[in-house]
Ligand binder design. Structure first.
Ligand code: MN
Length: 263
């Protein structure tokens, strides 16, 4: 109660400032000085000097039937589900060059999952499927990097997957391409090569839930907001990489994502 009163007088003291800005009680924290600087994670926007600020990273699990089967579940009975990575897990991968990606600690089975990423510039709750794509600002190629041994180990113990999925730089991503330039992605090849060999090769039309359906479903559980990224799931044939391996991911209509795993 005392804290609340103190905030109240601070608000009164800042009256002019607050009135000219945002009226919400969040305004004092937003404008207050901070004891250290904190970077806003972001992803460059293709053909623009602007960057896309990242709020949350949602990932959908088991969204291609063949991948659901290889993970030991039945795609006809288990609905897809969601998890999150921290927003600062994004690692930008510039087009036209190869980006080094450090092999993370604690794992002996580090897996790639190539995915289409949808970037939202509008939010909402309980968004109908037929309006869901209005929330999408653009798309990118991304990797949902996974410490598979830790993910499986925690799953076996009925503990959270966090350590297997939500670690530093676990979300490599290329530039975001605006819908105005590239349209929406409902079909098209999605292919990952490792050291020149094709490892994943599928079509976006094999998703169990489309991007629009994912947005609609997600928005039943969370209020979606501008800045949210959705990793839309990986096709079958996930597998390991080790230091020295070169991963090259493509989605038809977007530039190549080139990532080298380094020790
Ligand atoms: Mn994934």
């Amino acid at each position: 109660m005392q804290r609340r009163l103190a905030l109240g007088s601070a608000l009164t003291g800042l009256g002019g400032l607050v009135a000219s800005g945002c009226a919400s009680t969040a305004a004092p924290t937003a404008t207050a000085a901070t004891p250290f600087a904190l970077a806003q994670p972001s992803v460059p926007i293709a053909g623009s000097t602007e960057v896309f600020p990242v709020r949350r990273i949602y990932c959908i699990g088991r969204n291609y039937a063949a991948h659901a089967r290889e993970m030991g579940s039945d795609p006809t009975r288990e609905p897809p589900f969601f998890f999150q990575k921290p927003s600062d897990a994004v690692q930008f991968v510039a087009p036209g060059r190869t980006t080094d990606h450090p092999y993370p600690p604690l794992t002996k089975n580090y897996h790639y999952e190539l995915e289409l990423v949808a970037a939202l510039h509008r939010g909402g709750r309980n968004v109908p499927v037929e309006r869901a794509l209005n929330l999408v600002y653009g798309y990118a190629v991304g990797l949902d990097m996974t410490r598979r041994d830790l993910q499986r180990g925690m799953g076996d113990q009925k503990k959270p997957w966090e350590i297997g999925k939500s670690f530093d730089r676990s979300a490599p991503i290329g530039p975001i391409h605006r819908v105005a330039q590239v349209g929406h992605f409902k079909q098209g090849a999605i292919t990952l090569k490792v050291n020149g060999q094709v490892r994943q090769n599928a079509d976006l039309n094999q998703m169990i839930w489309s991007v629009a359906e994912q947005i609609a479903k997600l928005s039943e559980a969370f209020e979606l907001m501008p800045g949210d990224l959705i990793y839309s799931g990986t096709p079958e044939n996930v597998g390991p990489v080790v230091p020295g391996d070169l991963m090259e991911g493509t989605i038809a209509g977007l530039p190549l994502l080139s990532v080298k795993v380094v020790a």
